[in-house]
Write a new protein. Structure first.
Length: 224
């Protein structure tokens, strides 16, 4: 078996190590998303990269740690997009629409991310909980969302009883369902939620629903 050399050296090996790790994570992301945590094999991931199973263990420690690293990178991409979101120049209604659109666009462009979350949920979220880079950290979008809600309340356009985490769950739920339940929904109702012809309709509808909720008076329906 090929011996494992120290990847971090001043002669260019550090760059090679970074490329190798990125390639492993790319392939591992696709393999975990395709086969699930139990079905994915480190041997298969190694076979699809320019490295060995031993090298994967050297970099990541094992299958469990590799899956955690895949999750951390997937979450990191979304968090980076959230950090770059600039809504300070927008009024609260336009800002909340922009935040909803960011989630909509990201989930659509990264279906493997959605599948990985589904797989991790089946694992009891044990990898996320144990991860130093993930567990209970939350999301930069929540801070942005709290700011938008505060600005909307101050302007008198948003109801005062909306919790940022609840609203984040509403936005994420629609985007998640549209991606992960695409085939079952299509089989039952005859409509592909990811059909490009319907894309702008659903993107606008999500914003409309969020704005309608935030601008309602919040009074409970009669009889409650």
């Amino acid at each position: 078996m090929t011996s494992v050399e120290e990847p971090a050296r001043p002669d260019g090996r550090a760059r090679d190590a970074a490329r190798t790790k990125a390639e492993i994570l790319d392939v591992a992301t696709r393999e975990f998303a395709r086969a699930g945590y139990e079905g994915a094999r480190v041997e298969e991931i190694a076979a699809r990269t320019r490295t060995t199973k031993r090298m994967i263990y050297y970099y990541f420690g094992g299958k469990e740690q590799l899956f955690t690293a895949v999750l951390e990178r997937a979450y990191g991409a979304l968090r980076e997009a959230e950090r770059q979101l600039d809504v300070a120049h927008l009024d609260p209604v336009a800002a909340i629409r922009r935040l909803a659109e960011l989630t909509f666009d990201h989930h659509e462009r990264h279906p493997d991310y959605i599948r990985l979350l589904s797989i991790e949920d089946l694992q009891g979220a044990e990898h996320i909980t144990a991860s130093r880079g993930l567990g209970a950290v939350g999301s930069p979008a929540l801070d942005v969302l709290r700011g938008i809600l505060a600005a909307g309340r101050e302007a008198g356009v948003f109801r005062a009883d909306v919790d940022a985490v609840d609203l984040h769950a509403v936005i994420s739920s629609f985007c998640f369902f549209r991606t992960v339940n695409r085939r079952t929904f299509g089989a039952v109702f005859g409509r592909d939620l990811l059909d490009p012809r319907w894309r702008e309709h659903y993107r606008t509808m999500l914003g409309d629903m969020v704005v309608a909720y935030l601008t309602s008076d919040g009074a409970p329906p009669a009889g409650r």
